[in-house]
Design a protein. Structure first.
Length: 279
């Protein structure tokens, strides 16, 4: 924003030979010159690079994750739809701060994040309506920076099962997909094992076990993953189960950005599966 600021120019006229009758005409004259001065940018952010409003929107990327979460098996609950929003510059994550605002519109209603906009590293939308179409808006100072439309939500997997092979020391997982263009990711959280005294122990993996691309059947080596072979687990416990999370997306779902590519939208169907290893 530019303001016109009056700058005073003082012109002093001095006559030869001193004052006299011409002193009234030879007085100080003041003129006001109009000069355009640009207001410094980023005053709202205090020139803090970690704040989103410090950056030109063209140098930021907004990532929106729509996560459809399946209700737990046997629970008297419905599926939930949550959304999480984060922003990145070329140097890494930034804190989303006003005047940047994110809105999601579903079925004629507008939803705003539950987290505050004053320096949040991520914004969360919890329990959004489960519908067929979603619009996501990123505003700065009330102007649309990016506007994305999503026309559906993905289906998850079904007929999940796990089998174990003690000789090969492997666990194998199988499932089916409803969507013809489904893409699966997965995360094996831990083993849940019980001994003869019914004491429960959680055995977590020794390394990162998130896989971006998975196809059925999918196998892991138990020793490499958990530090104990299947034989060792059977000698120590009378029952073991594995908790396996899947994240399914569908490439056929349309994601349309009406403005530019500064917003990237990810949509997944999140499920938890319990597989019996032995009992």
């Amino acid at each position: 924003m530019k303001h016109r600021i009056g700058l005073l120019s003082l012109v002093l006229l001095v006559g030869c030979g001193g004052g006299g009758s011409g002193s009234d005409k030879e007085a100080e004259q003041v003129t006001a010159d109009k000069v355009e001065v640009s207001e410094p940018e980023n005053t709202t952010c205090g020139n803090l690079p970690e704040m989103s409003c410090y950056h030109d929107p063209k140098n930021l990327t907004l990532n929106l994750h729509l996560n459809l979460i399946e209700a737990e098996n046997g629970a008297l609950a419905f599926n939930k739809l949550n959304a999480a929003v984060g922003m990145h510059s070329s140097s890494g994550p930034v804190l989303i701060s006003g005047p940047d605002n994110i809105e999601i519109r579903v079925g004629g209603a507008t939803y705003t994040p539950e987290a505050s906009h004053s320096g949040s590293s991520a914004l969360n939308f919890n329990n959004l309506p489960i519908e067929k179409a979603y619009e996501i808006f990123w505003y700065r100072n009330g102007d649309i920076i990016s506007h994305t439309y999503v026309d559906d939500l993905p289906n998850g997997i079904y007929s999940f099962e796990s089998t174990s092979d003690e000789q090969a020391d492997t666990l194998t997982f199988k499932w089916l997909n409803l969507a013809s263009e489904a893409s699966n990711a997965g995360h094996i959280n831990y083993l849940s094992c019980n001994n003869d005294n019914k004491n429960r122990e959680l055995i977590f993996s020794l390394n990162s076990n998130y896989e971006k691309k998975m196809s059925s059947p999918y196998s892991i080596t138990v020793k490499d993953m958990f530090g104990k072979t299947l034989t060792e687990l059977k000698n120590e416990y009378d029952k073991c189960e594995v908790l396996f999370k899947t994240f399914t997306s569908d490439k056929s779902i349309q994601i349309v950005n009406y403005t530019n590519e500064e917003m990237i939208t990810h949509i997944t169907y999140n499920q938890e599966h319990t597989g019996v290893i032995f009992h």
